[in-house]
Design a protein around this ligand. Structure first.
Ligand SMILES: [Fe+2]
Length: 434
């Protein structure tokens, strides 16, 4: 019985491994060879680096310590492709990843094939220690995170190219151009929740990152969340009302950033020839008023909420609203890689997919949090300072990667992720207007 359980697990993991690894290469398939080295800013990494670093993760944490007789593919790749793990030694400076013309793209694909062969052989032979299964699952979820980063980083790089190249000309969503400048959405409504003691965080069973545990009780006041995301059209009202010119709406750090960065609209918005345009992975297009606003920082989300007379949800409120909702929405599997106007009748809608939703919660450890043992303990815990939590996944997140308890986190000024706005407010408001 124990053997058959182990075999089933192994087979499933083997299939999951192949699906996830193949997906990364599918994302890169439309690229030209010149695109693979593109690094548009220190926060972003070249596609070639993402391909190699995700491979380094399996080599470093599985094959080198646990693969009997395994020889590293290259003795210097550990230096080149370690991201931030101090326990694994010194590493190549992050801002200089775009300088690596060698190894070549072909070398990196060979590295992937070499590690894949060894991991698959390892999965077929090794006794499945539960801790090792967890580590391989972590590697797969890590790779899914990098699949998203591949697309966000490519979008940023292509936006800085005056030719405004499309990642893929054939991406769905061009039909939304015809919706253009007219909104067909109903006004924002509210869904109320009763306060009291609620449970938060991932259960003990099933995969979750260490930062989602332990599950614990929180006390909440009555609250309401918006029944959909804030749209481009609604955000445009904030812009046209002088939102970016009035310090009254902004946190001090946000206002400083607006001035120093000369922000006047979300990232990728440009006003030209009498209309607003945005950059998408399918190329440049008109702003569609009914699409969820995207590529805003926490500062902008917070300022918009203040201008609207309400606030952002806490991460606990967001999770209470989401924990019984189906994990459905506009994910990477939809093959749009762009937020979509509201679909369906669910309330609240768009909790999953489309855009990561900024919360007003600082990224902090849950009560009783302990990082995973070993070097992978650096995965999440050491970043619990000065960042804000985002929830729900985006149009470039894999559906199989997201959960109601999933905590993403970014610095409050970051805008290149697919990040947007859901509003919340105190009390049980069931009306249709904020
Ligand atoms: Fe990573």
């Amino acid at each position: 019985m124990a053997i058959s359980t182990s075999k089933t697990l192994t087979t499933t993991l083997e299939q999951q491994y192949q699906v996830v690894r193949r997906r990364t290469e599918e994302i890169c398939a439309p690229l030209e060879i010149e695109d693979y080295g593109l690094q548009s800013m220190p926060d972003a990494s070249p596609p070639k680096w993402h391909l190699a670093h995700t491979t380094w993760f399996f080599e470093t944490f599985i094959l080198l310590p646990h693969g009997e007789g395994y020889d590293a593919f290259h003795p210097r790749y550990g230096y080149l492709f370690n991201s931030y793990y101090e326990a694994m030694g010194v590493r190549h400076p992050r801002p200089q990843r775009g300088l690596l013309s060698r190894p070549t793209v072909e070398d990196v694909y060979q590295y992937r094939a070499y590690v894949d062969d060894h991991i698959l052989a390892f999965l077929r032979q090794a006794a499945m220690d539960p801790a090792l299964i967890d580590l391989i699952r972590l590697g797969l979820h890590h790779e899914q995170q990098h699949q998203e980063l591949l697309l966000t980083d490519l979008k940023h790089g292509f936006h800085l190219n005056p030719l405004l190249p499309a990642y893929r000309e054939d991406l769905a969503g061009a039909d939304h151009v015809s919706l253009g400048q007219t909104s067909i959405l109903k006004p924002l409504g509210w869904v109320g929740y009763v306060g009291g003691v609620h449970e938060l965080g991932a259960p003990e069973q099933g995969f979750a990152f260490d930062n989602e545990r332990p599950r614990h009780a929180v006390y909440l006041q009555d609250f309401s969340v918006a029944d959909r995301l804030v749209t481009n059209g609604e955000y445009l009202e904030f812009i046209e009302a002088g939102g970016y010119q009035n310090p009254a709406y902004w946190l001090a750090e946000g206002w400083m950033t607006v001035q120093s960065e000369q922000w006047q609209a979300p990232l990728y918005w440009e006003y030209e020839a009498g209309r607003w345009w945005i950059m998408s992975l399918g190329g440049r297009r008109w702003v569609c008023l009914d699409e969820p606003v995207c590529h805003v920082s926490f500062y902008e989300a917070d300022a918009y909420a203040r201008w609207a007379g309400v606030r952002l949800p806490t991460e606990a409120e967001w999770e209470v609203a989401a924990q019984d909702a189906p994990i459905q929405g506009n994910f990477a599997e939809e093959d749009r890689f762009h937020p979509m106007p509201l679909q369906g009748q669910q309330r609240p809608a768009q909790l999953f997919g489309d855009v990561w939703e900024w919360t007003q919660s600082a990224y902090l450890p849950y009560p009783g949090f302990s990082p995973a043992p070993g070097a992978v303990g650096e995965y999440n815990g050491k970043f619990m300072c000065n960042q804000m939590v985002l929830r729900g996944g985006s149009c470039v997140t894999s559906q199989s990667h997201i959960r109601a308890s999933y905590r993403n986190f970014f610095y409050p000024g970051a805008r290149w992720q697919f990040s947007g706005i859901r509003l919340a407010k105190d009390g049980m408001h069931l009306g249709s207007q904020p």
